[in-house]
Design a protein around this ligand. Structure first.
Ligand SMILES: *[C@@H]1O[C@H](CO)[C@@H](O)[C@H](O)[C@H]1NC(C)=O
Ligand SMILES: *[C@@H]1O[C@H](CO)[C@@H](O)[C@H](O)[C@H]1NC(C)=O
Length: 768
């Protein structure tokens, strides 16, 4: 989702002129009052019976007008118009037309942009944020200000550092992205409620399916891009986050993307939609197109000869809802021409109505339903705003702390120069797909709680096109006890429809940092706001800049979180969820190459920590603390035996004859091995540490050089110890994917890595 504001505006105009929406005063609900006597309103009936009753009552023209995001009302049945498109990536957003702020709800809690929240590596935090967001979303629905179908989260991996939407994702690792997706969706939907797991608080959506992570790079845009993806990369990198989002998160929706994968638009691929999402993963929900995807594959990609063919192929492939007018315009004609059957249309409507029923949208006035008491008093509550602050603190990463220059001590630092185009940032802090926050604390406001601040922007905006504001910035640094420079990017540099071409700080920013650090009387702390990585080697290698902090886009309370960390009120524990590559990286491979693995014939260096072996500015998982942690392996097996299924052999006589065995030919399901890791905080401060467990499979098979199989954030007071136990799922975590896309378990030595420690586990086969 979705097109730029400009395109989105154009698009809503288009819809408005095609199908004038019924304008209703305030909220109105299906099955309310005397309209509640239809069987589809009867809550004692099973949902599938109610859905069939409703569909049975519809005419064909009515049906086709329900295949689009601004679904037309059915006045004769008391069903109001419904706008399906709402967004809640990191707080309730007004990017989609289904949500607006105003009246009793001028804003909602704006959590950090996802890439920073991911950096906390705290999965319970991810779920808590989802719960807070869905509470505010439900409250806004009850106030008539929002829908209940939110097209979040974005679970594409951050494949290339140039991607303008990398900020929306939980980073580059499929396991982390999947785990984030599962927990956030669970928080949003509340579908794990033991009393009624079928009931949804709001409906989430895993997007953009699949291999979508290029927006607009050197003339190649997402509307025309054909992602050439190998079976191996598809199965071990691009698909897993979606699978986890649907299977473990039980997401109620998946959105197919604009791009093609190997020559087929994702929204027109029955293999990707019906077979994989519904068949293999068992989606209980609806599949929606990205906004105007169907129009895009007809108009821009010329994938079908006629618009009716495009409508028919989308529906027959498994698409249930079109964000855009295309299906409402062309499905009727497609049916008349025999390209699609009414049964196919009914199937799509069954999937969308079922989700609406699970949301309670056909249960009459929501006031009497679960979550019915939520209202404007539940939006921007102090606990939610505190959680937004907490998320920013937990995510922010201390990249460098030369000779413990940080934290700054308020007793010694009375005057601080606060410099940089992001030093007084507000809007920049909330990133894209944001809403209207409850309020802001900018960095300079946060810092003023600890010291007297002299604020100088130094640049005109992050583009920093001139040096004419340098002088007052340099003078401020000369006259202060310490200097905090808040630099980096914003949506003018990285955004939807805007990929970067390089990884450097824009304009004269680097020069400003160098000039100020030469002149500064006290230590210089560089704070970077960005979604994507920045090559700051010049500062990493320069001890006139002893402290570097990455703050992502830290949300409404970001300035306070930054100040709390700089002044030691909070001990940072965030870790990078993506590799920070040097600038040369972008000259070594085009953004259009989807290959994760290195390609020596083209000189491509590979992508992400799983495959890239070149130099980094900062690696995946990097992040320091004000205290010191040590780790040791307390307990681990040296051997794991996997039983074969008895039907397939890997033994010739009594000797193992294969190097790897297909997972489906074993009985590894439910087989776990445990690692116990002791963590000690031997430093002076309480703090949080993230334990990362990697495994390196036996080489060959095109396996990753290492793969994260577990992570956990733990909090430890100074001078204390705790044990973390990891249950490694043998089928899932020790398997690799071969070049045909098949999951296999390599036989032999799997090397586990925890920090500096390694431990080898031998995987053997057992005859049954
Ligand atoms: C397996 O054992 C049989 C009989 O013991 C023998 O004839 C055969 O050569 C063996 N095959 C291999 C591959 O070792
Ligand atoms: C994870 O986040 C939750 C929610 O903010 C917090 O209570 C908990 O302490 C965090 N865990 C760690 C280890 O920091």
């Amino acid at each position: 989702m979705a097109k730029s504001i400009l395109l989105a505006t154009f698009f809503s105009l288009l819809i408005a002129t095609t199908f004038p929406a019924i304008v209703e005063p305030g909220p109105s609900f299906a099955c309310d009052g005397q309209m509640g006597s239809f069987p589809f309103c009867d809550r004692s009936l099973p949902i599938n019976a109610r859905v069939s009753d409703l569909i049975r009552r519809l005419t064909l023209p009515e049906k086709t007008r329900l295949l689009v995001n601004n679904a037309e009302g059915l006045a004769r049945l008391g069903v109001p118009h419904y706008e399906w498109w709402s967004e809640a990536l990191h707080g309730v957003s007004n990017v989609g037309p289904g949500t607006r702020f105003g009246g009793n709800v001028p804003g909602a809690t704006s959590f950090p942009q996802v890439i920073l929240t991911a950096a906390s590596f705290n999965s319970s935090l991810w779920e808590e944020i989802g719960q807070a967001v869905s509470t505010e979303a439900r409250a806004m629905y009850n106030e008539g200000l929002a829908g209940l179908t939110f097209w979040s989260p974005n679970v594409n991996i951050f494949r290339d550092p140039r991607w303008g939407r990398g900020q929306e994702t939980p980073g580059e690792d499929p396991t982390v992205v999947g785990r984030y997706a599962g927990r956030y969706v669970r928080g949003l939907q509340n579908a794990f409620d033991a009393k009624d797991p079928n009931r949804l608080k709001v409906a989430a959506c895993c997007k953009h399916y699949t291999a979508y992570d290029l927006d607009n790079w050197k003339g190649v845009d997402r509307f025309h891009f054909d992602a050439k993806v190998s079976k191996q990369d598809l199965e071990d990198t691009y698909q897993p986050p979606f699978e986890t989002c649907v299977v473990e998160g039980r997401a109620a929706s998946v959105m197919c993307s604009y791009n093609q994968v190997n020559g087929i638009p994702t929204c027109a691929d029955p293999n990707l939609l019906t077979k994989t999402i519904r068949g293999d993963w068992g989606l209980n929900g609806y599949i929606v197109s990205d906004c105007d995807s169907v129009g895009v594959f007809y108009d821009s990609q010329h994938y079908t000869a006629t618009p009716e063919d495009a409508a028919a192929i989308a529906i027959k492939s498994g698409l249930d809802l079109d964000c855009g007018p295309f299906l409402a315009e062309h499905t009727g004609e497609a049916m008349r021409k025999g390209k699609v059957s009414e049964r196919d249309i009914d199937q799509a409507l069954t999937n969308t109505f079922t989700v609406q029923m699970r949301l309670g949208m056909f249960d009459g006035n929501p006031a009497a339903q679960p979550f019915g008491q939520l209202g404007h008093k539940d939006v921007c509550t102090p606990p939610h705003q505190q959680l937004a602050l907490e998320a920013a603190r937990q995510g922010i990463v201390l990249l460098k702390n030369h000779r413990a220059a940080l934290p700054l001590l308020p007793a010694r630092v009375r005057t601080v120069a606060v410099i940089g185009p992001n030093a007084d940032a507000t809007f920049t802090m909330i990133g894209n797909y944001a809403g209207v926050p409850c309020g802001y604390t900018s960095p300079v406001q946060g810092i003023r709680r600890y010291a007297k601040a002299i604020y100088q922007p130094g640049c005109r905006g992050v583009a920093c096109p001139t040096t004419d504001l340098f002088r007052p910035a340099i003078e401020a640094a000369q006259n202060s006890d310490a200097t905090i420079m808040v630099m980096g990017l914003d949506q003018s540099i990285e955004a939807e429809l805007r990929d970067r071409e390089d990884l450097l700080l824009p304009g004269h920013q680097q020069e400003l940092i160098q000039s100020v650090s030469m002149a500064s009387r006290g230590p210089v702390v560089l704070v970077l706001m960005s979604g994507g990585p920045i090559d700051v080697s010049f500062a990493k290698d320069n001890n006139r800049v002893p402290g570097i902090i990455w703050a992502g886009y830290p949300g409404q309370a970001g300035g306070q979180a930054i100040a709390d960390i700089v002044f030691g009120q909070y001990n940072p524990g965030g870790k990078l969820p993506m590799t920070w590559y040097p600038q040369e990286y972008v000259t070594k491979l085009p953004m259009t190459s989807m290959n994760m693995r290195p390609d020596p014939s083209k000189g491509y260096p590979g992508r992400t920590y799983r495959f890239y072996t070149g130099n980094t500015v900062y690696p995946f998982g990097h992040g320091s603390s004000y205290t010191k942690f040590t780790e040791s392996i307390a307990q681990a097996p040296s051997m794991v035996s996997v039983p074969l299924d008895g039907k397939h052999g890997c033994f010739r006589n009594d000797t193992v004859s294969c190097q790897a065995v297909r997972v489906s030919h074993t009985r590894c399901s439910g087989l776990f091995m445990s690692l116990h890791i002791d963590v000690n905080n031997i430093g002076p401060m309480d703090g949080s540490h993230v334990v990362f467990v990697y495994s390196t499979p036996p080489q060959g098979h095109g396996a990753p050089s290492k793969q994260l199989v577990g992570f956990r954030r733990i909090h430890l007071p100074s001078n204390s110890q705790q044990q973390a136990r990891f249950d490694i799922d043998v089928c899932r975590d020790l398997s690799i994917v071969d070049q045909f896309g098949l999951k296999k378990l390599p036989i032999g030595s799997h090397l586990f890595q925890v920090g500096e420690l390694t431990h080898s586990v031998s995987l053997q086969l057992m005859k049954v």
